[in-house]
Write a protein that binds this ligand. Sequence first.
Ligand code: HEM
Ligand code: HEM
Length: 218
Amino acid sequence: MKTKKAVWIPAMIAVTVAVLLVIYYYYMSSLSGGGPGPRPSEGGSTGPVGVHPRGEGRGGNGEIFKTLGTISVFLGATAFSWFWFKKKLRSPSMLVRRAGRLLHSFHKLLGWATLILIAVHGIYFLITKLQDNKTYTGLAGFAILLAIAGYGFFINKVRNKWMRTVHRLLGLLWVPVLLLHAGGSAIMAVIASLAVGVLVWILERSAGKTTKLVPEER
Ligand code: HEM
Ligand code: HEM
């Protein structure tokens, strides 16, 4: 019993680390004034002459690495969407069945791709923007993703009924952190994933109805 519950420990550590980083983010943002939200400019008037103000005149390489972050958010959302299909692999709707099998077969790949892309994104910003407060929420998101991947890796290796639950809960806990860190893309990704869930539900119902109605009507 005790050892069964021990599977929660790594997740609790990851979540604690993430929470501390988020608290630190709020603390640092309040120090620089203006609170969280639009990134405050560091250095200010004491900064060296010629330093570009944030937000303007950047572009260039950074944009590519930011885009990697955006792509990862959507890959993560696609990985999560497998959840809507897991009990529907025998659905009366062929579309649901096929999409479910597809998502299932790509689930691990999507997960690892998310992790790798985000590592590239994170390393880039750790090197170039260590001072940016967003680094803290980014690291918080990374801590949770790392735990998600860890549980995912062991789901079929460790016989424990909680593995899937923890893996799924971490996926859900990832959302608030990403809303904080990735802003608009996280909102879009959550909406998109929910929309997939609704679509599955609608397709299921209409396909279920027709198969039931056919023998009844004729
Ligand atoms: C490994 C730790 C991470 C670090 C150090 C980090 C760092 C940063 C920084 C500094 C920015 C701001 C870039 C800028 O405005 O020029 C940023 C933006 C972004 N990050 Fe991360 N990040 C990390 C993890 C993540 C994770 C886990 C995700 C989601 C899967 C993510 C998705 C994004 C997105 C979508 C943006 C663009 C947000 C916007 O358009 O304002 N990042 N990241
Ligand atoms: C990083 C690598 C990942 C690996 C190796 C992995 C692995 C797995 C495995 C083996 C399963 C069980 C599949 C089955 O039922 O046959 C699973 C389920 C699931 N995964 Fe992942 N996964 C990863 C990433 C992710 C990510 C990024 C998310 C979303 C944030 C996610 C969300 C889920 C959900 C919601 C389930 C269904 C859990 C349930 O049974 O309720 N996974 N994953």
